[in-house]
Structures are given as structure tokens and as C-alpha cells.
Design a protein around this ligand. Structure first.
Ligand code: T5A
Length: 223
């Protein structure tokens, strides 16, 4: 893929993404890294996908919780995610990077490759081209892949009230689907080891946070 990245190396902001299977601890680790970076005086923006804008949050509801009689076709799911991403990039990510902020995003296009590409089975080359289009040429400077087998992630999320109350379409897709997602993330990391850093995500929160900080500091010693 070709991108016109405008991350730190262009002298502006820095774009960090967190990826991984359901319940692997992305949100928890994102917030801890944000706190760490703010402690160093950086201006940070935490956001998520699907979501991040008013339109994106409305699409998120549809993507996660649509429970009408008419099921969502795989192709429609992919396009809804892409539409939300284009809005997110143009309305939040790009302006934040232009303003010199650090953007920390909970999932981005690697999730599309893993979920809609590898797990749903939509052509990977098409998904890559759509990812490139929807992200408007923006590419994460670094991606943390939280590595936790799906069974353990579900063990964690099953204890949450939200999981008990809301039927999540994708989360409830079955273990074979989520194993394909897991393998998909590892294929992405193998292809782009410079960008995608694998973080073992079992063990205490603070230990994982320390791993994330070390990987970040090694990648960006000047920040
Ligand atoms: N999706 C998304 C696609 O299909 N394609 C796409 O392109 C995109 C962008 C998003 C859904 O959309 C799909 C994927 C998803 O199905 P979501 O709610 O954002 O939905 O789903 P997740 O990203 O999986 O969010 P979760 O909140 O479920 O998981 P996180 O963020 O990975 O984990 P976190 O930090 O919320 O932690 C989960 C629980 O574990 C505990 C936390 O306290 C929490 O209760 N926890 C730990 N417990 C023990 N040890 C640790 N080290 C722990 N760390 C956290």
C-alpha cells in the first residue's frame, strides 16, 4: 500500500493504534499510554473505531448491535466500517495530527483486514485498497497488537455488565471466526514488523503497560 503519512516524521503529530482480539486489553492499555505521554507534556487524543465522530458512533451502534430481522451482509458491514473511518480521519484524526497532537486509536484498519478480510473472507487485496481509500492516505506510526488468545479475551469480557446486557453481533460470531481474526492479526504483524509490535497481553495490567511503554520508547526515543 502507498500512503502519504504525516506522522511524527513529518514534524507534526503521531498516530498510534491498538489492535487485537476482543477483550485483549486495548482500551485499558491505550488509556495508560495516554497518561504516560500526557505526563511528558504531550497533547493526546484518545479515540476509537468504529466510532470517534458523531456519525461514526451512530454507525458503531448499527455495526455492533443491529438486531433487526434483516441481517447485515458482509459487504455492507465492510462499507459501513469504511464510511465511518473516512469521516473519522477527515474530521478528527487529520486535524489532530495537523495540530501536533498524539492520536491514540482503539482499532483502525488492521481490524478491517483481520475481521472483514481474513475472518469474513472478503478478498484481502480489495480490503487493502478500501483501507487505503478510507484512511485517506494516513497510516499509523506504530501499532500495538495485544496478543491474547480469543478464549482468554472472552473470559475477561464475559464478566462485564455491558456484555451481559447487549447482544454484540461480531463478538458473538463464534470461536472459529475469532480464531481466524487472531491468525489474521499475526499475518499482518509478520508482514509489517517495523510498524506492528506484538505485546504479550496475558498477566497483570501494569506489566503489559510496561511492555507497551518500552516498545514505544525504543521506537521513538526522541518523544
Ligand atoms: N470491528 C472493528 C471490525 O469488525 N472491523 C473493524 O474494522 C473495526 C475497527 C468493536 C467491534 O468492531 C469490530 C471488532 C469488534 O467486534 P469493541 O467494543 O471496540 O467493538 O470491541 P473490542 O475492541 O474487543 O473492545 P473490548 O472493550 O471488548 O476489549 P478491549 O478494549 O481489548 O479490552 P479492555 O481494555 O476493555 O478490557 C476488557 C476487560 O478485561 C479487563 C478489563 O478491565 C475489562 O473488563 N482487563 C484485564 N483483565 C485481566 N488482566 C488484564 N491484563 C486485563 N486488561 C484488561
Amino acid at each position: 500500500m502507498t500512503f502519504n503519512n504525516v506522522g511524527s516524521r513529518g514534524g507534526r503529530g503521531l498516530f498510534i493504534t491498538f489492535e487485537g482480539p476482543e477483550g485483549s486489553g486495548k482500551t485499558t492499555q491505550l488509556q495508560l499510554l495516554k497518561k504516560y505521554l500526557e505526563g511528558r507534556g504531550h497533547r493526546c487524543v484518545a479515540t476509537r473505531e468504529p466510532g470517534g465522530t458523531a456519525l461514526g458512533e451512530r454507525l458503531r451502534e448499527v455495526i455492533k448491535h443491529h438486531d433487526g430481522e434483516e441481517t447485515i451482509a458482509d459487504e455492507a458491514e465492510l462499507l459501513l466500517i469504511a464510511a465511518g473511518r473516512a469521516q473519522h480521519v477527515r474530521k478528527l484524526i487529520e486535524p489532530s495530527l495537523e495540530a501536533g497532537k498524539i492520536v491514540l486509536c482503539d482499532r483502525f484498519y488492521d481490524s478491517t483486514t483481520a475481521y472483514q478480510g481474513y475472518a469474513r473472507g472478503i478478498d484481502i487485496n480489495f480490503v487493502s485498497r478500501l483501507n487505503e481509500y478510507a484512511s485517506c492516505g494516513f497510516k499509523p506510526d506504530i501499532t500495538f497488537l495485544l496478543d491474547l488468545v480469543p478464549e482468554e479475551g472472552f473470559e475477561r469480557t464475559s464478566r462485564r455488565i455491558e456484555t451481559l446486557l447487549l447482544n454484540d453481533r461480531i463478538e458473538s460470531a463464534g470461536i472459529d471466526f475469532h480464531l481466524a481474526v487472531y491468525d489474521g492479526f499475526h499475518k499482518i504483524a509478520a508482514r509489517e514488523p517495523e510498524r506492528v509490535k506484538i505485546v504479550p497481553a496475558d498477566g497483570p495490567v501494569e506489566l503489559i503497560s510496561q511492555r507497551v511503554r518500552e516498545l514505544f520508547d525504543n521506537a521513538f526515543p526522541e518523544i
